[in-house]
Design a protein around this ligand. Structure first.
Ligand SMILES: Cc1cc2nc3c(=O)[nH]c(=O)nc-3n(C[C@H](O)[C@H](O)[C@H](O)COP(=O)(O)OP(=O)(O)OC[C@H]3O[C@@H](n4cnc5c(N)ncnc54)[C@H](O)[C@@H]3O)c2cc1C
Length: 420
């Protein structure tokens, strides 16, 4: 990424973090007429936003903590092939998070959370549209719908609760037999016995390239991308904020904290405590998979996604709770591939490679979007968990509105930074 300095004489905003949430915030701040500096310690789009399954759509409004989860968690933790993993040494630290997670799974809270997520997701196309056009990146998003598949009557029955939530949120879907699923996606084998087709769903075929295209667009429009590590945030002069990096101090009228799973300690410097965990996900890219998938598939009984990308098939899943900087446990990527093998006969691993990245996970499954309760120059935009790709652009647009002093288009009460 080339560094250029803006010449636009406008209020200055600094965005911390160059993932999907940070770049979308930066672009919308620029659209509000601000001079924008994005500070990212690596390349934009190299962290969590690089490796996701690419799913965009309102159907993702169902949270992960659901009624009955309390009885499932112990079994999931003991099963090596389950989507949920906690490193034993990390368990005491993660325990309070899990208790909050389970408390978020009551019928009442699930309805509230899914409605809050819907309020963001229903605007996702509208919010992404102008950014995709500006960045010349329309080709990265395909509107082909999504399949959710099941492999047993028990699994199908288990998925019904989630589909009922979707129905109540006004999301359309069709119920399919195994053969009808295979008519839509012939790569799926006989293990699939039933499923759903969700037409209003899109798919990004290279999430990392999307973030990089947005960052390049930011620079083209006069913004600045600095490759530095933010060490601290503090009050600056005259009501402004100050961002401290290894290279110096950056004064800004507005600072947006969008550092994904790394946001917790920086928010704490500003007096806001959030129960953030790094929920580490894994994927394997299969550039020569040999199965030629046409449409993204969520294998709901296995919590694994099968995503056709522009550079091969991506199979992803797992929520591993471990310290954010702990080395990856690549056996978990193998677990995901083994799940995919059960669904896709003839899957080839030739030339495959693995990836791990931390989802910024808050226990109620909702992001934090809003002004810092104590520092008016700071705005928080982090904790997007499993849905940061789908909600990145609308979060960015809301950030732009907040910083520009306009009323936000979404009720931000459910996303308040001080709700924990
Ligand atoms: C396997 C997997 C599948 C997923 N599938 C989907 C999906 O299908 N759909 C969906 O919507 N979401 C999905 N997600 C979730 C989605 O990827 C995340 O919610 C999203 O990427 C979070 O974006 P972010 O910008 O908040 O964080 P990140 O992408 O992690 O960006 C944060 C950035 O901040 C930078 N940073 C941190 N600290 C500092 C610092 N001190 N100084 C400077 N820079 C700093 C980091 O380097 C990083 O680049 C998936 C996630 C995983 C792991």
């Amino acid at each position: 990424m080339t560094e250029t300095t803006s010449t636009t004489p406008a209020r200055h905003a600094v965005v911390v973090g160059g993932g999907i949430v940070g770049v979308c915030s930066a672009l919308y701040l620029q659209r509000e007429g601000m001079r924008v500096t994005l500070i990212e310690r690596d390349e934009p789009g190299d962290a969590c936003s690089a490796g996701n399954a690419g799913n965009l759509g309102i159907a993702s409004c169902v949270p992960y903590s659901l009624p009955g989860m309390m009885w499932r968690v112990p079994g999931l933790l003991l099963d090596r092939t389950s989507p949920l993993n906690v490193r034993p040494s990390h368990f005491p630290r993660a325990l309070p998070w899990f208790l909050r997670f389970l408390m978020a799974g009551s019928h009442k809270r699930v309805e509230e959370i899914s409605e809050a997520l819907r309020s963001l997701m229903r605007r996702l196309y509208d919010a992404y549209g102008p950014l995709l056009d500006d960045a010349g990146a329309r080709d990265l998003v395909h509107n082909v719908g999504r399949l959710q598949v099941h492999e047993s009557e028990k699994g199908f029955a288990g998925g019904r609760y989630s589909m009922d939530i979707r129905r109540r949120r006004g999301i359309e879907f069709q119920t399919l037999s195994g053969d009808e699923v295979r008519e839509i996606e012939p790569a799926l084998g006989p293990a699939v016995t039933a499923g759903y087709y969700i037409p209003e769903a899109s798919h990004c075929v290279n999430p990392s390239r999307l973030v990089k295209a947005f960052a390049e667009c930011l620079v083209r429009r006069g913004g600045t991308v600095l490759r530095q590590t933010v060490k601290g945030l503090e009050d600056g002069a005259d009501g402004a904020g100050c961002v401290i990096t290894e290279a110096g101090r950056h004064s800004a009228d507005a600072v947006v904290l969008a550092a994904g799973a790394w946001s917790g300690p920086l928010a704490r410097q500003l007096g806001t405590r959030v129960p953030m965990e790094a929920e580490r996900g894994y994927h394997t890219m299969l550039p020569n998979s040999g199965v030629g998938m046409k449409i993204p598939v969520t294998a709901a009984d296995r919590a694994v996604s099968l995503s056709p990308m522009e550079h091969g098939l991506r199979v992803s899943g797992i929520g591993e709770f471990a310290p954010i900087d702990a080395p990856a446990d690549w056996r978990l990527a193998r677990v995901v591939v083994e799940h995919a093998r059960r669904l896709l006969p003839g899957l080839s691993e030739e030339g495959s490679y693995d990836w791990m990245g931390p989802r910024p996970a808050l226990p109620d499954g909702k992001p934090v979007i809003g002004r810092s309760p104590s520092h008016p120059w700071a705005t928080f935009a982090f904790g997007h968990g499993h849905v940061g790709l789908g909600t990145g652009a609308i979060t960015g647009r809301i950030v732009g509105q907040l910083v520009a002093g306009k009323p936000p288009e979404v009720d931000l009460e459910p996303f308040r930074p001080d709700r924990f």
